[in-house]
Design a protein around this ligand. Structure first.
Ligand code: C2E
Ligand code: CA
Ligand code: CA
Ligand code: CA
Length: 398
């Protein structure tokens, strides 16, 4: 997304031009003008939060109105290609609704009064064509949150925190998992669960992921000495990768270049993939996982047990590690059934020659139980919370 600023009385676009972008008013207001140049009449005024120009953007027809600013105005510009990408990924119901809506707009254009190609904020003659106001508001919220995430990345508001992964036998630190956070100037620290899905939907995930990988690899020189696990355990840094990142061309080469730039041994990097990644494209996933493994990088199947693809892919993809999801670990104290489930995950992992990390250990009893079941590694608040590199290495040790 791009922000564009206009002075008062500036033309945003003219009737007849190609519609290459839609706009959300970030600040200011615009008027919508109809009619031939020199004899235009104002048919609407739109203010902050309103979107305009999206119909021409979607159906490719020329703009049917001219838009001019009334005061100095800041607009968020949404490119056609971006919207097309979103639509392709959208829920089939959404795709259908958009199609339906466009069909109605087109026929109204030919038999009815001229249409603006706008979704106005208030109710008016076009309201029959509007998606519900709620839908509209949700879209505007998503777009403005995406805009502020995009700004946040540029302004350095992302942080990487590191959570230790320990050996269950003696609680020695074996490695770390890099976990991203967004330090929003107004909203405070925002959890990745809140912005990663948005980042994935809008393509911002590539910038988020690039930042996390670079930061984690750069911090490794300082964190590596904190790993205490003895012989036979290569210290490691784990980094999460989302489906769109994994499917981006050249991902293996980029990871390799990053490792080389910081002289980090490939064996010391683990990439964590969830089962959902795997639904994307078997060929691509297989190719990338194999490429990473060939380079020496470890690949972990994250959140194991939460998706249905796990078992299938454990067989076909050369993972090196399996992470048992917190939801199973959490239920361990509940009795024999949960114990059996974790036991079979451990047996499976063992059979395939993988190392196993149990996630989300919050108390000593669960840690002891997991150790007695034969699990090697653990991660959880009982051992350590995610922390900034500075906090982990302590003051004065930089
Ligand atoms: P995840 O990969 O399963 O990461 C583990 C999550 O469990 C982290 O949440 C961690 O703080 C939390 N956790 C660890 N131990 C405990 C515990 O004992 N109890 C409880 N209740 N929680 C525990 P976090 O940091 O909020 O991250 C959430 C998710 O966001 C991650 O789940 C991961 O899927 C995603 N994520 C985080 N950083 C990145 C990133 O850089 N890139 C991508 N693509 N996704 C990321
Ligand atoms: Ca993870
Ligand atoms: Ca996990
Ligand atoms: Ca998770």
């Amino acid at each position: 997304f791009q922000r564009e600023t206009y002075a008062a009385n500036a033309i945003v676009f003219r009737a007849g031009e190609a519609g290459e972008a839609a706009y959300v008013i970030d600040q200011g207001c615009v008027e919508i003008l109809l009619g031939p140049e020199g004899d235009q009449r104002r048919v609407d005024v739109l203010a902050t939060g309103a979107m305009f120009g999206e119909i021409a953007l979607l159906d490719g027809l020329p703009r049917s109105a001219t838009v001019r600013t009334l005061v100095p105005t800041s607009l968020i510009r949404i490119e056609r290609g971006h919207v097309e990408g979103l639509l392709r990924q959208a829920d089939p119901v959404v795709q259908y609704l958009v199609k339906l809506l466009l069909g109605r707009v087109r026929s109204a254009r030919t038999d009815g009064p001229p249409l603006l190609g706008l979704i106005p904020q208030g109710q008016d003659a076009l309201s029959e064509l509007d998606p519900s106001e709620q839908l509209h508001n949700a879209a505007v919220r998503t777009l403005s949150l995406a805009q502020s995430l995009s700004d946040g990345i540029r302004l350095g508001q992302l942080e990487v925190h590191y959570q230790a992964i320990v050996l269950l036998s003696d609680h020695a630190v074996a490695g770390f998992e890099a976990l991203v956070r967004w330090r929003h100037p107004v909203l405070g620290l925002i959890s990745p669960d809140e912005f990663i899905p948005l980042a994935e939907k809008t393509g911002l995930i590539h910038r988020v992921g690039e930042f996390v990988l670079r930061q984690a690899v750069a911090d490794w020189a300082q964190l590596r000495p904190l790993c205490q696990a003895g012989t036979g355990h290569i210290p490691f840094m784990s980094v999460n990768l989302s489906a769109p990142e994994l499917c981006a061309p050249g991902v293996v080469q980029r990871i390799q270049a990053c490792l080389e730039a910081h002289q980090m041994a490939p064996e010391e990097l683990h990439i964590e993939l969830t089962e959902t990644i795997i639904i994307s494209s078997v060929e691509v996933v297989t190719h990338v996982v194999q490429g990473l493994r060939n380079m020496g990088v470890g690949v972990a199947l994250d959140d194991f047990g939460t998706g249905y693809a796990g078992l299938d892919y454990l067989q076909t993809l050369p993972f090196s590690c399996l992470k048992i999801d917190r939801s199973f670990v959490e239920r361990l104290p509940n009795g024999e059934r949960s114990v059996q489930i974790v036991k079979s995950a451990l047996a499976l992992s063992d059979l395939l020659g993988l190392s196993t990390v149990a996630e989300g250990i919050e108390d000593a009893a669960t840690a002891d139980l997991l150790r007695s079941l034969g699990c090697t590694y653990a991660q959880g608040f009982h051992f350590a919370r995610p922390q900034l590199c500075q906090a982990l290495i302590g003051p004065g040790q930089v």
